[in-house]
Design a protein around this ligand. Sequence first.
Ligand code: NAD
Length: 329
Amino acid sequence: MSNKAQYISLVERLNQLSSAYYTQDMPLVADQEYDQLYQELVEIEQQQPQWIAPDSPSQRVGDKPLDGFQPVSHLKPMLSLNNAFSDEELADFYRRCSSLAAKDELELCCEYKLDGVALSLVYEHGLLVQGATRGDGTTGENITSNVRTIRNIPLKLLTNNPPARLEVRGEVIMPHTGFKAFNERAVRNNTKPFVNPRNAAAGSLRQLDPAITSERPLAFYAYSIGDISVGTDFTTHYEQLEFLSSLGLTVNSTTRICTSLQAAVDYYEQTDRERTLLAYDIDGIVYKVNDLALQQKIGFVARAPRWAVARKFPAQEAFTTLIDVEFQV
Ligand code: NAD
């Protein structure tokens, strides 16, 4: 059992790590180490809820936006995801959702958890007017000029009847080939290579000069609608993904609907076996309750929806092999 001083120092340590990871794109430790410390924090907070600090990472998302960019207030908070590290924890998630939804069997939308950077895109009357990072979930950074340089993000939606306003959320990634080529060039030119594709995507998106971003091989995958002025007749999350795809946004074609917990576990295992063959990094599978009415019924906790969970894959690389490479911000 920890005492309160130990708890406070754990909060401070995690905040220091988060700031390096989110704000400076320069992780100080491996994600696994961060996740272990975070898990410790959650367990202490469950035992001693009266200790919970307002700046505890369990109470917030990400970290403060960088000063170099204009702040953007998100219409709806951009949240994080709760994690499941085992089949048992996934089963707990399924049981919890079934019980809150009062249904024995749930349809889950199963998506790759792309290991990149969250991005919000706002389209007005079909035209891209804003791109913003998640930031601390409430306030992000306006990176519109950089976002416009990402080739697979449509500047105009493919429809004659666009919604007055549409906010699309998704992930920006740097595929392996682009990452490898970029790092080889960096070494040849005696500049700093990136530590991994996620770090490369984050650093590339937050360049103050869009000309630099435009040279970086980035791609965007849409994974949800943040807000829409019309079209609220969707009944499932999957229908929303199909709608985004019809507008010319890239949606991952590997997304599956699973109608049982066993099918969801099988999808995870199959993807885990095959993921080294993918063209980009993924760090887990995101399971989302597909029915939008049930999502509403199941609701949210402080920093994440209760109707979704990220089942993480075991780490593939040890951080010690990565810290030999210098970081690029
Ligand atoms: P997260 O990155 O684990 O999960 C939430 C994010 O998943 C969303 O913001 C979204 O961008 C992304 N995502 C990818 N595919 C998605 C999909 N299909 N549907 C929905 N969302 C999808 O959560 P987080 O709160 O941003 O960060 C926690 C992670 O960051 C942990 O894995 C932790 O290890 C890592 N971290 C590491 C350090 C470090 O020092 N190494 C510090 C802080 C955080």
